[in-house]
Design a protein around this ligand. Sequence first.
Ligand code: DO4
Ligand code: MG
Length: 278
Amino acid sequence: MKLFKTSIGFLVEENGILLNPMLDIDWDELINRDNLHSFLKDSLSDQKVGQVRISDFEILKPVGSQEVWAAGVTYYSSRLARMEESKDSGGGDFYSRVYVADRPEIFFKATSSRTVGPGEPFRIRNDSTWDVPEPELTLCVTSSGKIVGYTIGNDVSSRSIEGENPLYLPQAKTFDACACLGPCLYVTENPLSEETSIKMEIIRGSELVFDGQTSLKEMKRKPQELVNYLLRETSFPQGVFLMTGTGIVPGTDFSLKLGDLVQITIDPIGTLSNTVGA
Ligand code: DO4
Ligand code: MG
């Protein structure tokens, strides 16, 4: 089922039917439940639950006060891209080593306040010359380390800054409006299938300037493996969001421009659409 955060509560969509369970509960408390799926099921069985239309609501980013973390170099295509962009700075070897190492690359991406939701503009850095969106399956993880939902993330990145020196990674990754999340939390009892596809289109004016596709099969690490590393020595009292890395990298001649529309689709979660803003 899909769980949407709105300005006046939350909505649940199941089998194409959108319902308002009218529960007076804080978002942080709601999504930090290990039994989120059964909790939502039970709340939908209440007689007072009414059917609604999504167009009557403002859909917000599905994050409360949680931090957003990200894994990197989890797809072979990302390993290749990182090696290419950092070859002149001597950083390439780090990426081939982390791809095969037991310990994954995991980094802090954003506070909730630096993320944007569906339809909201995101930013690229003014001091960067090469910028890309990174479409990533994003895990909603409880404080006990359970993956209770999935959303779509865009780990917006500066390739010129991360390529200049791997030590610049935090500046390449974290800045105002540097991450997009949404449109909902897909809450399921079963892990997403490896056949799940991730697609990205970038539209400039009316022209499709990039489209690409991958699938979870191509991901080298398992979602739970990444979560276990993230929580090893770090606690997240309200839970945490974890982006799982990109498997789609536009060619070296591509850089985002102001006004570009980025559409990322992961069925069954939906499509996350955002434009590059000032
Ligand atoms: O090591 C740099 C970051 C890689 C990344 O963000 C990704 O692979 O998605
Ligand atoms: Mg990434």
